[in-house]
Unconditional design. Structure first.
Length: 169
């Protein structure tokens, strides 16, 4: 009888944890599959990334974070890019190098820069300026402008598949 009660307690706990995990997954996370080369080599095409959809309800995005958002031109697709500019900041790209408020931006994560230049943009309130790590292959704020906060789905927190991606971004 004691063994049955112990097994029943374990089963009950497992069921409660499973329900909690499902609730968290349903309301606070998304797991889109990355399609494209814009975040190479950090995030590769075909990988699944865990998105914390609750993150920006608690506070604004920060520079350097990888965010997921829906683009106005394609509301079905999920874009994943890195935040480089915050509201009120000026961003300019000169021969592939990003400048923030006139100072060269240190971007150690960029391994595939390009040599194109883009005019200065001031990031509006409640928006962020995003760029892909692989600038040659990225469709980002250089082309479609800053992303408004209401388009942000959340912060990319971890790669979850394939197994070599398990862990933080």
């Amino acid at each position: 009888m004691v063994r049955f009660l112990r097994w029943r307690s374990v089963a009950n706990l497992a069921l409660q944890l499973a329900v909690l995990a499902l609730l968290i997954a349903a309301f606070f996370v998304r797991m889109p599959q990355v399609s494209g080369l814009s975040m190479e080599p950090h995030i590769r095409s075909g990988e699944y990334v865990l998105i914390n959809t609750f993150a920006y309800r608690l506070g604004p995005p920060h520079r350097g974070e990888i965010v997921a958002f829906r683009h106005e031109g394609d509301a079905r697709a999920v874009f994943i890019k890195r935040v480089v500019g915050l509201p009120g900041e000026r961003i300019r790209i000169v021969r592939g190098q990003a400048y923030l408020n006139g100072a060269k931006l240190d971007e150690p994560y960029v391994q595939h820069a390009d040599d194109r230049s883009f005019g200065e943009t001031t990031v509006p309130a409640a928006s962020v300026y995003v760029l892909g790590d692989n600038r040659v292959e990225s469709e980002d704020s250089r082309f479609f402008g800053p992303v408004s906060d209401d388009r942000l789905m959340g912060r990319a927190v971890a790669g979850i598949w394939p197994p070599r991606m398990l862990g933080g971004l």
